[in-house]
Design a protein around this ligand. Sequence first.
Ligand code: GCW
Length: 696
Amino acid sequence: MMKKPIHLLQKTAFPAVLLAILLPSLLQAEDGYQLWLRDKKIDDAQLLQTYSGLAGEIVVQGDSPTLSAIREELHQDLSGLLGSDVALADKVTQNGAVLVGTPASSPLIAALNLQADLNTQGDDGYIVRSVTSNNNTVTVIASKTETGALYGAFHFLRLLQTQQDISHLDISEKPKFQRRLLNHWDNLNGSVERGYAGKSIWQWDDLPGKVDPRYKDYARANASIGINGAILNNVNAKPEQLDAEHIKKAAAIADVLRPYGIHVYLSANFAAPKSIGGLSTADPLDPAVQAWWKAKADEIYGLIPDFGGFLVKANSEGQPGPRDYHRTHADGANALADAVAPHGGVVMWRCFVYGGAGDRAMQAYKEFKPLDGAFHSNVFLQVKNGPIDFQPREMFHPLYGALPKTPIMPELEITQENTGHSTDLVYLANMWKEFLDSDTYVSGQGTTVASIAQGYPINGMAGVANIGTDRNWCGHDFAQANWYAFGRLAWNSSLTTDQIAEEWIRMTWSNDPKVVSTIQDMMRGSWEAMVSYEMPIGLTHIMEGGDHYAPAPKQFQDYHRADEHGIGYDRSSTGSNAVSEYAPEVGNKYNDLATCPDNLLLWFHHVPWDYKMKSDRTVWEELCFRYNDGVNDVKNMQKQWGDLRGKVDTERFTAVQKKLDMQLAHAKNWRDTCLHFFQDFNHLSYAPPADDATKH
Ligand code: GCW
């Protein structure tokens, strides 16, 4: 499916000699469509021989859509990687067979008596193990469920793609989060809110009759990293998404995703009972409204039996919600939750609320903390990583640790709304890891955000997707890494960002050590670089109001509060007192200038321009230093990438090179706009390096 069509070549009437010259380079051209699922023949002859001996036959017994998907995936990818057709068999006939399935689907696996081990791994977990069976060396990939076996098959493929030793495998894996979800902010008209990779991949007008083959490749890519749910539509939801016609369309997508273990969910417009249901109210305590939601849920489950549930943005940025009827968020969430509960569904209720009086960073805590315990057991609260809004660097949201009785599902933003759209190379895994590893101290040291989120009886993590119709799915070839890393962290938040990057690079670009180490180095520093050239030392929300790309410090005075005396938002006990929403260990640390880390200084404090930072520079010197440092980091990435010319395919090399040029212009614009703007207050000197100053 992900192969480039070769019929174009066959039809070309080039002279044979010209074709002979062109053919190798044409075949090598890559456009990023295959993502990290590239199945190019392994170029190391010795390794190829070893692998061929250890993966020379695929044995997937039984028949089901998921088993077929496993068979097809292994056959396509192993044949590609090994450069010859790998045999499919229904029993082990040779040394080096790969045996995949569950004890229920495969008598051969049942005979291995792995039940105890498989039970420990849970439904989605798996084992990949080298065993000897009837004198044959066999790699067994087994799980309690077929989806788990599919995950195991992808793990095995990853080992070959990243050129690992597969001769003595003993791998046991299980996910840390139960639900690993992509939130699509895709609209029915094909646009994508905050999307930078073309249009929505969901072709609503063509569905359900015509099913784009791309849905299957989407499912494969997600399954390969363990993602098991997709919320198909924007949280700014159109009520029509839930009408009979669109449920049929969603069901057609669900049919394609199901064999890959991916459940479909929908964002619901809270006023739907009124706007498409013909009721006079959407009051969640009105029996007719509750009956409407129940009937709607029954209708959906009739067509999508494994429907995951609803995601709701209520009373936020103009969306309707229970507060329109003087009801609480819990009243609203529970009405929908009761409708899906008989079917095993959940409701994910977002906590993204602002606009009241006072500090925006404190509002969600104030609204939701008092409701802890009031939500029914199948309700999640979906909480962004930080309390402002997906900014380059945020303090973790104070609701983490504040809701012991209500499952919180972290919401991350994979799409680069405030982090350089699809022009900037920014590896976001480092930001997410900093967030997941943040210590809330709510139950003593080591109560990390990840441990809180994973500790609820139902748990999950969601990421706002960065996927569109662009041939390479994400606009920027490196944005694929963020999709990949989100899935890998949702599966295992203990992985290091370096490990994830290395896997992704080897699969996406090359196993050449120079390529791996160079790209890894670029990715490693890329998030801090972007923080530096956009909003260093705790500055936040100073991006242009519409598309959130360019700097606009003038427009957002209230967020940075620069004046002739100094800069920063005072959230200390002498200011908004946002520090009081955290455990004392955390609140005190950020409250006290002596212990507040430099990287969030201006998030918590308004300090004089000559305030001495821990770096030993004044705040003004630090800002000048950081902004320039970020720009220099981009220049360095350009140089590093330049060194890879000829080591990665030309098509993607050139595409990334062009993006890096745009990123440099973007970084300089941020630096010069912000520093000049602040200079108008402090009248301190700043001279951008002559060679690269943008016009002011
Ligand atoms: O920051 C804002 C984005 C909106 C988005 C909103 C949200 C979907 O700019 O585009 O709306 O967050 O998360 O609901």
